[in-house]
Design a protein around this ligand. Structure first.
Ligand SMILES: Cc1cc2nc3c(=O)[nH]c(=O)nc-3n(C[C@H](O)[C@H](O)[C@H](O)COP(=O)(O)OP(=O)(O)OC[C@H]3O[C@@H](n4cnc5c(N)ncnc54)[C@H](O)[C@@H]3O)c2cc1C
Length: 454
């Protein structure tokens, strides 16, 4: 069985696509085939451009294939934060962009007759902790200021709900979009990692599998940057959560604002995020300014980025798809300024300052004086060991055989940690992940861990 296989991956067979094994030319290259990359390809498919999508692994294989896939505009406490650190206008624009995106997704499903277990439901935020009651009431007031009707669920101390939200099967949706794109001439390539993007006069050259792709426009739909340009890796962090499929059922989508709990229904049960969840994990990127980065990396550069969905990428991918299409076509878009990549918010940074400091402390400082001895590593576990004065990452397999690696993440040389729950190596600084044998699973790192001998 495949590692970290999600409920979605078990219930659909995704299309298989060729690898890049020759030089290519295109008008637009989209890097990444998650919800963001594929939604954009669908928006561009009927324009007079040659569009190529390049994926380092397989279509929908990363976060979009591991999400809980709620289709809702009730994005946790985001509205409250946007109102607090920006103003109500920002919060309203964010809301409107996601409402439009949800409507667009619904209309695509209808127009293309996509069977993706789409089901309308109500989505709720709730608390049973008196401390959090004012927070929910503030969010409720904001929605009332937007002239939106809200609901309450009497089983919670305080709650806010919205009608006409939805759930779907994200991989069935992505698969259908890919097929529609292919019918219109969009080419998808898998197992083709983009290593480098360089500007060459008015064009871009992408290095992929020792071949080159030349194009006019390039879009990074990779969730988190593998490029260092613009230092976006330092303006965003990644967060990981575990999800369980369980038999219990209920029709509403739920999210607690105090303890770590989320639920959504699926056909024959429900998906849960809580302390016990362990069936599979997913990573998403969180922007330190509180607003996703969707737009040109630099003005007039024809190089675009889509990062920082902070666990709301189902509707935000559609926001990004429409916005990037409008930017390429030089059309007006009401949300261009909101998602523009050209501003930062130092006041918002306060929300995450401690977390980020902790990431760097764990990656650069702690492991240099807090390490294990070889005997302290149990079978099927890993850890950082000091051996003849040098730090090593060691995984002991079922038989007790040691697999030894350099502990330095190839991305920025932070020292990796062993995650016992998911049995992976993870970099505390930028959250690149590696399997127990040191093979890279998820970026920003483009390389596996270096093997070492003892
Ligand atoms: C636990 C959890 C639950 C969530 N639940 C919800 C939810 O209920 N509703 C909601 O709206 N959102 C939810 N999200 C968020 C949502 O799933 C994500 O925001 C969204 O899937 C991200 O899509 P993406 O296309 O940006 O990223 P991905 O799906 O990760 O796709 C990026 C792709 O880029 C590829 N790539 C990266 N680097 C390269 C390279 N160098 N060359 C080629 N390809 C590359 C990767 O292989 C990957 O396939 C959740 C997130 C998490 C973590």
């Amino acid at each position: 069985m495949r590692m970290n296989q999600s409920y979605w991956q078990k219930t659909v067979k995704m299309p298989e696509c060729p690898i890049v094994n020759t030089d290519l030319k295109a008008d637009i290259v989209i890097i990444g085939s998650g919800m963001a990359g594929v939604s954009l390809a669908y928006q561009l498919k009927d324009l007079p451009y040659r569009v190529i999508v390049v994926e380092k692994d397989m279509i929908g294989y990363h976060t979009s294939g591991h999400t809980t896939g709620k289709l809702t505009v009730l994005h946790g406490i985001n509205y409250d934060l946007l109102n607090k650190y920006y103003d109500i206008h920002y919060a309203y624009l964010y809301y409107l962009s996601n409402v439009e995106a949800l409507e667009t997704i619904k209309s695509i499903i209808e127009k293309e007759h996509i069977e993706c277990d789409f089901c309308e439901n109500e989505a709720y935020l709730y608390t049973n902790d008196p401390q959090y009651v004012p927070l929910i009431q503030d969010i409720e007031q904001l929605f009332h200021a937007f002239h939106v009707e809200t609901l309450k669920d009497p089983q919670y101390l305080e709650s806010i709900g919205l009608k006409h939200q939805a759930v779907f099967h994200p991989l069935k949706y992505i698969k259908a979009l890919v097929e529609k794109c292919q019918e219109s001439g969009v080419d998808f390539y898998e197992h083709s990692q983009v290593e480098r993007v360089i500007r060459n006069h008015n064009n871009y050259i992408l290095d992929v599998n020792h071949k080159q792709i030349e194009c006019q426009y390039v879009v990074h739909a990779t969730r988190y940057p593998f490029i260092k340009k613009g230092m976006f890796f330092a303006k965003i962090f990644q967060t990981k959560e575990n999800i369980d499929y369980r038999k219990q059922n209920g029709m509403k989508s739920l999210l607690s604002v105090d303890i770590h709990k989320s639920y959504r229904p699926v056909k024959d049960g429900g998906l849960y995020i809580d302390q016990e969840s362990q069936n599979w994990y997913a990573l998403d990127s969180v922007p330190l300014r509180g607003v996703p980065y969707i737009g040109e990396i630099k003005p007039d550069s024809k190089e675009y980025i889509i990062y920082g969905f902070q666990k709301w990428g189902m509707t935000l991918s559609q926001v990004a798809a429409t916005l990037i299409k409008d930017l390429i076509l030089k059309r007006e878009n009401a949300y261009k300024e909101l998602y523009s990549c050209q501003y930062f918010s130092f006041s918002f940074l306060k929300e995450y300052q401690r977390k980020i400091m902790n990431h760097y402390y764990m990656g650069f400082i702690k492991p240099r004086f807090d390490y294990l001895t070889m005997n302290e590593i149990h079978k099927e576990e890993g850890g950082i060991v000091r051996y003849h004065g040098k730090l090593l990452a060691i995984y002991k397999d079922k038989q007790g055989l040691c697999h030894v690696f350099s502990p330095y993440c190839p991305h920025m040389k932070c020292i990796i940690q062993f995650d016992k729950k998911n049995k992976i190596w993870i970099c505390p600084c930028h959250q690149s992940t590696y399997d127990v044998y040191g093979r890279k699973l998820d970026g920003p790192s483009l390389k596996s861990l270096k093997k070492k001998k003892i």
